[in-house]
Design a protein around this ligand. Structure first.
Ligand code: MHO
Length: 244
């Protein structure tokens, strides 16, 4: 009798738990995760192409670029600073989502954003710190860089592409006053995003984009999109630009 009762109880519990109507429900895992893109592992590229103020802005508003930083690399002096950078070059470090933009596409922007045939300088900025360098991470990137340099050289044979290709060593971030320099020259845009403190500004994707916009270096479609957003804010009186 006792045994029968226990068997009955166990049977009741099992069927209760198995019944979809009565069993305890765990929340479904969120499918179609809206943050899937931002969770992609990011990659990093570093290029030297003249003044890092402009270099940072040249890559800032490309689709897929999440963050940029100005800094020093390519030399041997430990802990370089702007006034004593030794044999380093001014560089931009680009964090990007490889699902949206590839290293090769970044290389295309690298070539079109500076004159790789000027010897150790860009325009009026002359000196070793302004030399042109593609930093690479691994053989695949080194091969892409070499191929794109060859292609660039074939565009014109009358002058030599001076760009160096180097394995990336240490990237030293530059001093805060050199970060997002173009954006910082534009107090209106800084106010528009709520005068972020320095650390937030340096991490912000929006600030990265607006740094390119401030220098008028965004691709035309992005430049127009930001223009429209800003017009909208001014018309509607929204206080702060949060995203583009
Ligand atoms: N031509 C620039 C160079 C600055 S740079 C960050 C200037 O205005 O001095 O080296």
């Amino acid at each position: 009798m006792k045994l029968t009762a226990s068997v009955l109880l166990v049977t009741v519990i099992i069927s209760w738990a198995a019944s979809p109507a009565l069993s305890i429900r765990f929340p479904d895992r969120i499918s179609g995760n809206v943050n899937a893109l931002s969770e992609q592992p990011l990659r990093t590229a570093v290029f030297a192409l003249g003044s890092f103020w402009r270099s940072e802005a040249a890559f800032g508003c490309l689709d897929g670029v999440v963050r940029t930083a100005a800094g020093y690399s390519g030399g041997s002096r430990p802990n370089p600073e702007y006034r004593s950078l030794g044999d380093h070059a001014e560089c931009v470090q680009i964090e990007y989502n490889p699902r949206i933009i590839s290293f090769r596409e970044l290389l295309d922007v690298f070539w079109t954003s500076h004159d790789s045939r000027q010897v150790f300088g860009q325009g009026p900025d002359v000196g070793n710190q302004y030399r042109s360098i593609i930093f690479t991470n691994g053989t695949e990137e080194t091969r892409s860089a070499a191929l794109s340099k060859e292609r660039e050289q074939t565009r014109s044979k009358t002058s030599v592409v001076t760009t160096q290709i180097q394995q990336l060593g240490t990237f030293y971030p530059a001093e805060p006053e050199h970060q997002k320099f173009e954006l910082k020259r534009n107090p209106f845009l800084l106010q528009l995003i709520g005068n972020l403190p320095e650390e937030e500004l340096e991490q912000s994707t929006l600030a990265t984009k607006l740094n390119g916009y401030a220098a008028e270096l965004c691709p035309p479609r992005m430049q127009r999109q930001i223009d429209a957003k800003i017009d909208d804010i001014i018309r509607k009186g929204w206080p702060i630009l949060r995203e583009i």
